[in-house]
Design a protein around this ligand. Structure first.
Ligand code: ZN
Length: 259
């Protein structure tokens, strides 16, 4: 797989666009604002930051990393996530067929958006899940994803969802954290197919358990100390999703345990 400079540059404006769209969606969905709302707004004074701040990374740099009204220091997480989206999109377009690159880049920014919102708000916005669903439908229609595998993937998502919801309902019936995770599991399973889904949900659960155990060293162990599952699903989906796109024998290797 060779990297073409022309295609690398083609990926840049698309990456810039995706980074801008992602940040906008993260802002409106975190604050539960309408889609066309004026964001970003300063977390301290609540004022709109202006149009220039909407330019990914550059907006942050131009404003001197602080709110132009009250000098509140802005989070560095936003430009970092934008840089990641731009770099990922450029890499995808430089090394893959354009349609595949487009799908994988959209999946990337949706999963990153979910990770950001889930970490801060304990919520997985439906809008990002819908972007993943769209990628899955396009994947099936364009033959990248097998319909048969996708439908069986729904079965894997169903089993995973039951395992997610039941323990939570037993510990604390009032909480409804898991429903966002359930929707996310169904959407990624459709795109991943059943074999990758098994690996992804297993890796995500393992990661979540390990982080929960290690973070418990400081925070203490209680069944009421929850942990976001979405970011683990997002990371595992990217690992196995990229694997499938880059290496055609990937699924067969996983199925026959050839590593
Ligand atoms: Zn401010």
């Amino acid at each position: 797989m060779t990297i073409s400079l022309v295609k690398l540059l083609l990926g840049f404006p698309i990456g810039l666009l995706f980074a801008g769209v992602m940040t906008h969606l993260v802002h409106v969905r975190s604050l539960k604002l309408p889609l066309a709302a004026q964001v970003p707004i300063c977390p301290s004074c609540g004022k709109y930051q202006g149009l220039i701040s909407k330019i990914p990374v550059l907006g942050y740099v131009l404003y001197g990393r602080k709110c132009s009204h009250c000098n509140h220091k802005l989070s560095w997480k936003e430009p970092v996530s934008e840089i990641l989206t731009i770099l990922f999109t450029m890499w995808a377009f430089s090394s893959m067929e354009s349609l595949v690159a487009l799908q994988l880049s959209m999946l990337f920014f949706a999963l990153l958006g979910i990770t950001i919102v889930d970490f801060s708000k304990w919520r997985i916005p439906n809008l990002f899940v819908m972007i993943i669903l769209l990628v899955a439908v396009v994947g099936i229609a364009s033959g990248i994803v097998s319909l048969d595998h996708s439908l069986k993937g729904i079965g894997v998502a169903l089993v995973t969802s039951i395992l997610l919801v039941i323990p939570q309902k037993l510990v604390n019936p009032e909480l409804d954290y898991a429903w966002g995770d359930v929707k996310l599991c169904f959407a990624v399973a459709l795109w991943l197919g059943w074999i990758l889904s098994i690996y992804v949900f297993f890796l995500a659960s393992l990661g979540a358990v390990l982080v929960w155990v290690f973070s418990g060293l400081k925070a203490g162990y209680s069944a009421n100390r929850p942990l976001q599952f979405g970011p683990f699903v997002a990371l595992s989906t990217m690992i196995f999703g990229i694997g499938r796109v880059l290496h055609p024998q990937f699924i067969t290797d996983l199925l026959t345990f050839r590593f």
